[in-house]
Write a protein of this length. Structure first.
Length: 148
């Protein structure tokens, strides 16, 4: 339960920082172009260090895209409880890499998301109203389709 609270606090802080960034961009009437890159960072080694979270902000479309990818490619989630992402393979790589969410695409091991977005204003982040908090274990392992 404590791990869930810690994750919730981290997500809340990240969400607040992200919302502040989006508000600032909108106030400046700055253009925010949608990011569609297959890999945000070419130097990414798919080491899996970023997969330590179990609750991830995603759009409904991203959740459906991951489900479709899993069905089409016979990907089976791994039950790790809530300690790591259930879609991380045993070698640490992402089993749904081509279908992963924008949250995952924009993760950088050496730079905070808020700094990354500040330095790359062309990246359009999802509107706050479109995001769901998805408990990866509950959703992809236990089949609980409730998202918040």
């Amino acid at each position: 339960m404590a791990a869930f609270r810690d994750t919730a606090v981290l997500l809340s802080a990240a969400g607040e920082a992200r919302a502040a960034f989006v508000r600032e961009r909108k106030a400046q009437r700055a253009s925010i172009i949608h990011f569609d890159g297959e890999n945000s960072f070419p130097e990414c080694e798919q080491c899996g260090r970023c997969c330590g979270l179990n609750v991830i902000a995603m759009t409904r479309e991203e959740v459906l895209r991951i489900h479709s990818y899993m069905l089409e490619n016979d990907v089976r989630s791994i039950d790790r409880g809530t300690s790591r992402c259930c879609l991380q393979s045993e070698d640490g790589s992402c089993m749904v890499w081509p279908a992963r969410s924008q949250t995952c695409k924009l993760h950088h091991c050496k730079m905070a998301r808020v700094d990354l977005l500040a330095e790359n204003p062309a990246i359009k982040v999802h509107d706050e109203a479109d995001l769901l908090l998805v408990d990866m274990h509950a959703h992809f392992v236990c089949g609980d389709n409730e998202v918040h």
